[in-house]
Design a protein around this ligand. Structure first.
Ligand code: FES
Ligand SMILES: [Fe+2]
Length: 362
């Protein structure tokens, strides 16, 4: 790992302890004929590959130990990954099992072994963790397990900013009336209540009010559009450290929506977002929900792509105000995790276990 600076003094060594999606299951299926990969992806500056080998989805450094070429140029055959250069083969554990240039009976060097990473498929996404020693969990996604909810996987998008910048854009409601004028709000509705924030279990939870409304018969949600539109009760934000956010709306007794997003750090200044939009069955087409997200993301992109620097540098070089509270608390925890990672995985666990419940106090 390099010492390139990521958000708030963190490095790739800070975020290697956490699970990140590196592709969707569909992308893996489509990567090669046969549907098993290998597919190349980049996580924390590391070139990795994902493949389905021996009935398991596995992830490994995308580098053949023989001469260092990309294994993702090769293919999966008979439950092995074959390198395209000289045809060496590796099994699901990463062990070299075939070297075609060797005479039969000659031993395969023990160092002919892939660097393997933790890999799990969840929510139709392939999650990878480069270092398992802090025992972190794959983030929760409540709507996925809710039979009332229909979850639609959106097209992942690559933005030329850090995962931290992408997260802050997502959790910040005070940009709605300007960046999303007419879509998610408009002046003069610019002052939002600041709610207590709870910190527990590696999560930050808080409520938020927006000036959005449920517009029956229209495209279901957005700014108030008619006399029978209803302002919604506070929505709930949950951030799972470091880069997952779930936003849950209960628009009416029977209509609820949820958005899930994880901003995977490709490197210090680029992230790929994996996301779902979910809603209780209301007969609306998937297209309606995807189009609204597309519109919102299209409004965000030119703004967030202009951040200087592209990662969150020294917080002192920016000016924060009280309504930026959730982002300030999230930044503080991010910084603490960066410091903890320098001391090792035990310290990461301790840092994630912190509890501070403002809602109980108020
Ligand atoms: S580089 Fe992979 S087999 Fe030679
Ligand atoms: Fe936005």
């Amino acid at each position: 790992m390099t010492e390139t600076r990521y958000d708030l003094g963190s490095t790739a060594d800070t975020w290697k302890y956490f699970w990140h999606p590196v592709c969707t299951l569909d992308e893996l299926r489509d990567a090669k004929p046969g549907g098993k990969g290998p597919l190349q992806s980049t996580l924390l500056g590391e070139r990795i590959a994902v493949a389905e080998v021996g009935g398991r989805t596995v992830a490994f450094q995308d580098r053949c130990p023989h001469r260092g070429v990309a294994l993702s140029l090769g293919w999966v055959e008979e439950e092995k990954v074959r390198c395209r250069y000289h045809g060496w083969c590796y099994d699901a554990t990463g062990a070299g099992v075939e070297v075609p240039s060797l005479e039969p009976g000659r031993p395969i060097p023990a160092r002919a072994r892939l660097v393997m990473y933790d890999c799990e498929v969840r929510y139709g996404l392939v999650w990878v963790r480069l270092d398992s020693s802090a025992d972190t969990k794959i983030p929760e996604f409540p709507a996925w397990d809710d039979p009332q909810q229909r979850c639609i996987l959106g097209e992942p998008y690559l933005w030329p900013i850090s995962s931290g910048r992408r997260m802050e854009n997502f959790i910040d409601v005070t940009h709605f009336p300007y960046t999303h004028q007419g879509t998610l709000g408009a002046p003069p509705n610019t002052v939002f209540p600041v709610y207590p924030v709870d910190q527990e279990n590696g999560r930050l939870d808080w409520l938020t009010e927006t000036f959005l409304a449920y517009n029956p018969g229209d495209d279901t949600y957005g700014p108030p559009a008619g006399p029978d539109s209803r302002m919604l009760p506070p929505a709930k934000y949950t951030v799972e450290m470091p880069f997952t956010v779930v936003l849950s709306f209960q628009w009416s007794e029977t209509f609820a929506t949820q958005i899930f997003m994880h901003a995977t750090p490709i490197d210090a200044e680029n992230c790929r977002s994996y996301w779902f939009t979910c809603h209780t069955e209301d007969g609306s087409s998937d297209q309606v929900h995807l189009q609204l997200q597309d519109m919102v993301l299209g409004e965000d992109l030119p703004v967030v792509a202009s951040h200087l620097p592209r990662f969150i540098g020294d917080a002192q070089e920016e000016v924060s105000v009280f309504p930026d509270k959730t982002s300030i608390l999230w930044r503080r925890w991010l910084r603490e995790l960066a410091v903890a990672a320098e001391k090792g995985p035990e310290e990461i666990k301790r840092c994630l276990a912190q509890v501070n419940r403002e809602s109980a106090a108020s």
